[in-house]
Design a protein around this ligand. Structure first.
Ligand SMILES: Nc1ncnc2c1ncn2[C@@H]1O[C@H](COP(=O)(O)OP(=O)(O)O)[C@@H](O)[C@H]1O
Ligand SMILES: [Mg+2]
Length: 279
C-alpha cells in the first residue's frame, strides 16, 4: 500500500480543551486512525466522547494539542476545502437564496465561473433527486430535503473526502433510513471517502466499511468493527444475519460506555445543583 492509498491518517492525536472556568478537559487521548481512500468510516460513541472534535481535527478546522494528522500523505496544517468537505447536523442553507443558488455558494466563493457553477449545481441537485426544487427556497423544503441539498452543496465542491457530523441527527427515524439508503447510492456513484459521525447503530452498520467505537471521556478508540458486505448496500442487508450480528456486537461494545457516560453526566449535574454538568 502506498502513502496515497491513505486519505486521512491520525497518529496519537490528543486534544485538551480549556473551559471558561479554567478547567482542562481531555477530549481525545492518543487517537490513531487511518482512513483509506474510498472508505466509509463511522465514528460512534457516547455523547461528549470527542467525535466532533476528532472530525474537526481530521478536517483541519481545529488544531490538536499533540499528535499528527496527514491528509493524502501531507501533513495537515489547516483546512483544505478543495480536498475536504463538511456536512453538519443543521443544514445551514441561506434562507434568502434559491436551492440552486445555495448549492452554488461555495463554488462562487472559489471563483468558479457562472456557467460551470450552474452546471455543477444542477448535476448535484439531480444526484440527490431534487431537480424539481431548483428554484424553490429552503423554507419550502422538509428537513430531509434540506439535508439532501446540504449534501449536494458539499458534493458540488467535488472534495475527495467528506466529513459528516450527525447529518441526519435532526431527522425522524423513517426519513433517516431512507436518506441513509440514498446516501449509500449517491456516495457510491461519487466515489468519495467518508468519515461519518452518528449515534445510530443501524446507520453505522448499514453504511460503513468500518465502525470506530469510541470510549467515553477521555475519548479513545475502543474497537473498530469491519462490515464485510459489498457496497452499495441493498435495503435487504438490514434484514440479514450479518447485519444483526454486527449491530448486536456494536450494541454490546457501546452499552457499558453509554452507561458510564450517562451516570457521570447525571452525577456532575447533581453536584452543580441539578444544572447540566460542566465538561
Ligand atoms: N470549544 C470547547 N471548549 C471546551 N470544551 C469543549 C469544546 N468543544 C468540546 N468540548 C468538550 O470536549 C468534549 C468532547 O466534545 P465533542 O467533540 O463535541 O463530543 P461529541 O461530538 O462526541 O459529543 C466534551 O466534553 C465537550 O464538552
Ligand atoms: Mg458531536
Amino acid at each position: 500500500m502506498t502513502m496515497t492509498d491513505i486519505a486521512l491518517c491520525a497518529t496519537n492525536v490528543s486534544m485538551l480543551y480549556e473551559t471558561q472556568r479554567g478547567r482542562q478537559v481531555t477530549a481525545l487521548e492518543t487517537v490513531s486512525l487511518e482512513v483509506r481512500r474510498g472508505e466509509f468510516v463511522s465514528l460512534i460513541g457516547p455523547s461528549g466522547c470527542g467525535k466532533s472534535t476528532l472530525l474537526y481535527i481530521l478536517g483541519g478546522l481545529r488544531g490538536q494539542t499533540s499528535g499528527e494528522v496527514a491528509l493524502l500523505g501531507q501533513r495537515m496544517t489547516g483546512p483544505v476545502p478543495t480536498k475536504v468537505g463538511f456536512v453538519f447536523q443543521d443544514y445551514t442553507l441561506f434562507p434568502w437564496r434559491t436551492i440552486l443558488a445555495n448549492i452554488e455558494v461555495g463554488l462562487e466563493f472559489r471563483g468558479v465561473g457562472k456557467r460551470e457553477r450552474r452546471e455543477r449545481a444542477e448535476a448535484n441537485l439531480d444526484l440527490v433527486g431534487l431537480s424539481a426544487f431548483a428554484q424553490a427556497y429552503p423554507g419550502e423544503l422538509s428537513g430531509g430535503m434540506q439535508q439532501r441539498v446540504a449534501i449536494a452543496r458539499a458534493l458540488a465542491m467535488d472534495p475527495e473526502i467528506l466529513l459528516m457530523d450527525e447529518p441526519f441527527g435532526a431527522l425522524d427515524e423513517q426519513t433517516r433510513t431512507v436518506l441513509g439508503e440514498e446516501l449509500a447510492r449517491i456516495l457510491e456513484q461519487a466515489g468519495k471517502t467518508i468519515v461519518f459521525v452518528t449515534h445510530s447503530l443501524t446507520e453505522a452498520v448499514f453504511l460503513s466499511d468500518r465502525v470506530v467505537v469510541m470510549s467515553g471521556r477521555p475519548g479513545r478508540i475502543k474497537e473498530i468493527l469491519t462490515v464485510d458486505e459489498p457496497r452499495p448496500r441493498k435495503p435487504g442487508f438490514a434484514m440479514s444475519a450479518e447485519f444483526t450480528d454486527t449491530r448486536n456486537r456494536l450494541f454490546d461494545l457501546l452499552h457499558d460506555e453509554m452507561r458510564a457516560a450517562t451516570l457521570a453526566e447525571l452525577g456532575a449535574g447533581r453536584q452543580n445543583g441539578g444544572r447540566r454538568g460542566e465538561a
